[in-house]
Design a protein around this ligand. Structure first.
Ligand code: NI
Length: 176
């Protein structure tokens, strides 16, 4: 396993749409190693999610710390392939986001608070997750990366943009 280099904002790979993975692709050692390396890389940089385009792979794949509402499904990091997101209610809430590709910046982003994610797991099995609040936010942020969308694009105002140090000093207790 290895720690992968993370593409930063401005790298064209972050603006490209990722290609779907076939079940056969998921059987390849290259893709399984990529998934393991992405999990290691997310952990190394204390991220809550990491999408394949962020490690220079134009594929519809992300890893993230997602907590399904179904208590039987709770686990550590999830591997999500070819995700489709359906909001369960039209409600959105503003919450703070950061991105390993946009280091040391935080901003308030509106996201759906209750979603269903349909996807494949790392073995190509269909999965369906019901995600709320922070987990729903992570899944929407990471799925956006697969479409070349960054969190700045989803902000309705840039007034909340802050560096991490100032976030910690002035905003960390505001919650989301
Ligand atoms: Ni990101």
């Amino acid at each position: 396993m290895s720690i992968l280099k993370v593409a930063r904002m401005g790298h064209p790979v972050l603006r490209q749409r990722g290609q779907p993975l076939e079940k056969a692709d998921l059987k390849s050692p290259r893709i399984q190693k990529l998934i393991d390396d992405m999990l290691d890389t997310m952990s190394e940089y204390s991220g809550v999610g990491l999408a394949a385009p962020q490690v220079h792979e134009g594929l519809r794949l992300f890893v993230g710390l997602l907590h399904d509402e179904d208590p039987d499904e709770r686990s550590g990091a999830s591997v999500i392939v070819n995700p489709e997101i359906v909001p369960n209610t039209p409600a959105r809430a503003d919450g703070w986001e950061g991105c390993l590709s946009i280091p040391d910046i935080r901003g308030l982003v509106p996201r759906f608070t209750d979603i269903t994610v349909r996807a494949l797991d790392r073995d190509g099995r269909p999965i369906e997750l019901r995600l709320k609040d922070f987990s729903a936010r992570v899944a929407q942020h990471e799925t956006d990366h697969l479409d070349g969308v960054l969190f700045f694009d989803r902000m309705t105002s840039f007034a909340s943009l802050t560096y991490l140090e100032e976030y910690s000093r002035y905003h960390a207790d505001e919650g989301d």
